[in-house]
Design a protein around this ligand. Sequence first.
Ligand code: PRP
Ligand code: MN
Ligand code: MG
Length: 218
Amino acid sequence: MGSEFDIERILWTEQEIAGRVAELAAEISGDLIGAAGPPVVFVGVATGAFLFLADLVRRITLPLAVDFVRVESYGSGTESNGAPKISGDLKIDIRGKHVVLVEDIVDTGNTVSCLIPHLRAKGAISVSVCTFLDKPARRKVHFELVGGGKFYRGFECPDSFVVGYGMDYDELYRNLPYVGVLKPEIRAFLVLPGCQRGFKRRFLSRNSPMASLHSAIL
Ligand code: PRP
Ligand code: MN
Ligand code: MG
């Protein structure tokens, strides 16, 4: 695949991810099977949740709808700074519906803390959170679920910078089918102050086959 050049170590393989996603889907399906009312709405947080959401809903054995929200974190792109803003809202009316908010990772908690009250205000009767990764070591914000909603997580993530399976660094690596830790030198280079985007791309294209492929299309 070529991207191994940029990855220090793999934390979860494609096979391990598939197994855990199937378990989560079975658990959620079991919890919601008796829920009365209209189809459950699975809300993915763009962009990072797109692969996990796609894999998860294919394993859910209930009638369901899918929608997306988009949140701008404002910051360097590597750390959310505590002031997220909803920049893309739901298309579906969730009034009177059970909602499962789907994330690739919960880190500081700012993103889900911003979204849960928003979904409640739109009339969801319950809001659960299903995150592929949970990084509790970095949590800054406590969040409360709505209407008996539950917190589901695929894996607890160590406090390392991870990419793949939807998660990016500077918009790269989302398409990796596994989750890995980015080599520190790749990350360190990309956060150099004043480092222009075109220069980053030239650096990556010399050093990273995967990033080179992306730089041609971004
Ligand atoms: C990442 C990730 C989560 C959020 C978690 O998204 O996908 O949505 O940060 O961090 P938090 O718990 O500290 O809020 P990001 O804002 O990088 O956007 P992206 O999904 O487009 O990569
Ligand atoms: Mn995200
Ligand atoms: Mg990101």
